[in-house]
Design a protein around this ligand. Sequence first.
Ligand code: NDP
Length: 285
Amino acid sequence: MSANLIDGKKISESIREEILAEVQRLSEKGIRPGLVVILVGDDPASQVYVRNKAKTCEKLGYHSEVMRLPAETGEAELLTVIERYNADPAFHGILVQFPLPKHIREKAVIDAISVDKDVDGFHPVSVGNLVIGDDALLPCTPSGVIELLKRSGVSPAGKHAVVIGRSNLVGKPLAMLLLRENATVTVCHSRTANLPEMARQADILVAAVGVPNMVKRDWVKPGAVVIDVGINRLPDGKLCGDVDFGEAAPVAGAITPVPGGVGPMTITMLMANTLKACKLAHGLG
Ligand code: NDP
């Protein structure tokens, strides 16, 4: 058996085409989605992420701004900047790039972003809406995984999904989304006993751990769909996932590569969220 490759780049491109068409329709009404990305300090990886986000905005015709603040910016000052964008109708999404300098509390920042503009989906109200099943701006990487599944013809309904990882960023919200899609969900973490055995029970196995090549051949049930959220940099500079692709691919029914799987979906879902926030702001939701 050889797994079907789930091509995140291709799926992401087709979603971007849909977004572009919608942006063009909105522009006829004089409406333009707007996203501001706030970057504090000069973390090199963050610089790359922020540049990519700005470039994607440009390609899709969004109004975008990158607000660069020095590393010494105080928490109160950052909150004042956020307040200003909360009140600015030209921006429908506000994203503060993490990690922040140590003297700024991430929670205070997340709480300060208006729920209507919370395109990262991290605000406690957004998380609550996700849990109770209300329509919400959903966190980008988990909703990207759901889109990958749906657009590859994989319905989570009735399947046993095993999510390895329980972070607030990926594992927990993804488990909730899979539950919403009527999967039976098991969440595993660093204290889970018999992890390989748990993983082997999955029809849909998601690894969101941050341990390179952790998921081996005997962790995968034959025919299972394997989604690798992990992005790890090896000492030789190459990227790899949490799944040992060479071992898992011959057993899996379908599998995402790293890079080119979940990765490209994250920015795309950020754009989708900004579009959604824009439409809601104009009563077009
Ligand atoms: P965190 O470090 O916040 O969480 C990791 C989770 O994995 C924790 O729940 C932890 O368990 C669990 N874990 C760690 N080691 C083990 C182990 N040996 N066995 C079982 N479980 C373990 O990471 P994130 O959720 O933020 O990210 C996970 C991965 O996804 C990373 O590689 C990250 O780079 C990648 N990522 C990719 C994105 C994308 O766009 N594709 C976006 C975001 C993240 P415990 O809770 O018990 O500590």
